[in-house]
Write a protein that binds this ligand. Structure first.
Ligand code: HSE
Length: 314
């Protein structure tokens, strides 16, 4: 095989109280990565980005480059490689953009070299790509984008390798993601992580554990209403909301229009609403867009469903 193409979906992370732990793959958008072996064995990686916005293509700082370099190093592969990345997920808006590219790259590399690595293990390689945008590895977006569905990252034991548990989301779960057209800093996730408190009161931890447990119970029981009842974050969201123009009005409007829960999608600035069935989706999408508009921002909305994970397309 000389080349391989793989695609990976957008995702939302945190889902309220599950900071760095919960991820949900979304069928709104996807990234596609093609890796081609070319002449020479100097280990040269040439990345070409096909994207609406300029994304650095240096393999030492690009999320796909970090993944491919790590996998090549680990498996002793020195082929020169051309990598073409087609961005569908907008970079820097909280829809798992770098994770989608990283997940697609890991899956394409795995197949190109017949490494037969299971997806749960590929997450560790794909997470390498998150260093490019977040400055640190975190698994929530990459695990969802790779494995699909709702994924819990078990990073509970810092000394052991993380493990990932997938739960199939309820069939009636519908999401509305509203993406504001506001400027975001180059390393937005890193910036959004810097505003977080280093220490939190035990009471807040108790609230978030309660909410997170309720979210997991909702997914396990396939009950959207239970999921929505758990989506309340008293630690991360209050520290970040000032980074999102219109946060309060988007949230209020969506709830008034019939959303069961609303939260920041990943590190923002997109907001995501949780609904049972698509009946109210149009109304919720318009209400969220009106909320951003009140703060002077245009926005794009995506009504979507949970998605399967990354896949080889050819
Ligand atoms: N858990 C990460 C964060 C997700 O909130 O910083 C980034 O998309």
């Amino acid at each position: 095989m000389k080349s391989c193409i793989a695609s990976a979906p957008s995702s939302t992370a945190n889902l309220g109280p599950g900071y760095d732990v919960f991820g949900l793959a979304l069928d709104a958008l996807e990234d596609t990565v093609k890796i081609t072996k070319v002449a020479g064995k100097e280990g040269r990686i040439n990345i070409e980005m096909e994207s609406e916005v300029v994304i650095p293509s240096d393999p030492h700082s690009n999320s796909v480059g970090l993944v491919v370099r790590k996998m090549a190093r680990e498996f002793g592969i020195t082929d020169n490689l051309d990598v073409h990345v087609k961005k569908g997920v907008p970079a820097g808006y909280g829809m798992g953009s770098s994770a989608a590219s990283a997940a697609a790259a890991a899956v394409a590399f795995n197949r190109l070299y017949s490494l037969k690595i299971r997806k749960e293990t590929l997450v560790e390689y794909a997470a390498e790509g998150e260093i490019a945008s977040a400055g640190a590895k975190h698994y929530d977006n990459v695990s969802a984008s790779l494995i699909g569905g709702f994924v819990i990252s078990n990073i509970n034991q810092e000394t052991t390798v993380p493990e990932f548990v997938r739960i199939d989301p309820p069939k009636d779960l519908v999401l509305v993601v509203c993406v504001p057209s506001v400027p975001v800093p180059a390393k937005k996730t890193e910036v959004a992580r810097m505003v977080l408190p280093k220490e939190v009161p035990l009471r807040s931890v108790v609230y978030n554990v309660s909410g997170a447990s309720t979210v997991v119970a909702g997914f396990a029981l396939k009950d959207v209403e239970i999921i929505a009842k758990g989506i309340n974050d008293v630690i991360v969201e209050p520290a970040r909301k000032h980074l999102i123009p219109g946060y309060d009005s988007v949230r209020r409007n969506a709830l008034e229009a019939g959303a069961l829960a609303v939260t920041i999608s990943g590190a923002g600035p997109s907001m995501i609403a949780f609904l049972k069935t698509s009946k109210k989706a149009k109304k919720v999408a318009a209400a969220m867009a009106a909320g951003f508009k009140e703060a002077g921002a245009e926005s794009r909305t995506y009504t979507c469903k949970p998605s399967d994970g990354a896949r080889v397309t050819s």
